[in-house]
Design a protein around this ligand. Structure first.
Ligand code: ZN
Length: 322
């Protein structure tokens, strides 16, 4: 019995041990299962969370990129607009500069190989102005009139303009002593005459001839001061290199005047011819047709009015000290 008892106690112990072992196994399997499930869940969750996080990140970066590229485009457009504006401004500036810079082409270049003759008449208008204008019209020749301010000659001033001649300033009073007394007296004479032509006939004179020429000995004032006045008034002064000598003390015949002009013209390629449009110069009018006919006979001569492209035949130059 005791042995039997012993056996059964052992069996019971064994059974208990077995049970314990089984329970232990069970709980272990359970733990492993739980661990595996958790590991599975984690292994699924983490990449998903990471994916979502990365997607959000990518999205925000994409937005940032979009906004940056928009800004870049805007900057590029601004740069382009600026460049275009600058180019336009440069172009405009260049055009203005070209316009400002008067390009003067000399008559010598305009009429290559030609002998150039400029017929000029001082001291008009006079009772002979219409005759002179008629002759010029007859030959279709344009001349230059260095006029004074005179009453009662409106139609003559107007004819000179209408018929395409150049009106230029000679003097308002033609009183040498008064004009050359001082710089201010000189300026007054010049501006009075300029105003006379512009206010009465709407004519903007560009050329000027000194009474007595730029080499006159009457002026006590430094010539450079006078040149400056002309500069201020936007006037170019013109002298002459061929004189008809029709203002000589002794009245010349038409033939002498004609000879003087033709001889003078022969020795110059560009001749500024001095003649007078005055009440006592009837022989000048008589000589005029002969002179023009002779000049036109020579097919190589071009009779022109004074322009910016003319060689002004100056006696004294602005830079020269007297
Ligand atoms: Zn004169």
């Amino acid at each position: 019995m005791s042995e039997e008892q012993n056996l059964s106690t052992k069996e019971i112990e064994n059974k208990e041990n077995n049970n314990k072992y089984l329970e232990y196994r069970k709980s272990r399997v359970k733990r492993i299962k739980r661990f595996l499930i958790i590991a599975l869940i984690i292994s699924i969750l983490i990449p998903n969370v990471l994916c979502i996080y990365l997607l959000i990140r990518v999205n925000s970066l994409q937005n940032m990129l979009d906004s940056l590229s928009e800004q870049l485009n805007y900057i590029e457009e601004l740069k382009k607009a600026n460049l275009e504006a600058m180019n336009k401004a440069d172009e405009q500036k260049l055009v203005e500069e070209i316009e400002e810079e008067e390009v003067i082409v000399s008559d010598e270049i305009l009429y290559p190989g030609k002998k150039l003759v400029y017929l000029t008449f001082d001291d008009g208008p006079s009772k002979f102005t219409d005759d002179i204008l008629d002759i010029l019209k007859q030959y279709d020749v344009k001349a230059t009139f260095f006029v004074l301010a005179k009453e009662g000659y409106d139609s003559q001033y107007q004819r000179m303009i209408d018929e395409g001649h150049v009106l230029a300033i000679h003097s308002y009073t033609h009183q040498y002593k008064t004009i050359y007394e001082s710089v201010s007296a000189y300026r007054t004479d010049v501006t009075d005459m300029k105003d006379f032509l512009s206010s009465r006939y709407g004519y903007d004179a560009r050329f000027y001839r000194f009474p007595g020429g730029s080499s006159n000995q009457v002026s006590q004032v430094d010539k450079n001061e006078l040149f400056k006045v002309l500069d201020d008034e936007n006037l170019c002064y013109v002298d002459w290199n061929v004189s008809s000598q029709d203002a000589s003390a002794k009245k010349l015949s038409a033939e002498s005047i004609y000879q003087n002009v033709i001889k003078g013209v022969e020795s110059h390629n560009s001749s500024v011819v001095l003649m007078h449009d005055a009440a006592d110069k009837s022989t000048t009018v008589e000589a005029l047709s002969m002179i023009i006919e002779k000049l036109l006979e020579d097919g190589n001569v071009e009779i022109l009015p004074i322009s910016e492209g003319t060689d002004f035949a100056r006696h004294v130059l602005p830079s020269e000290k007297e």
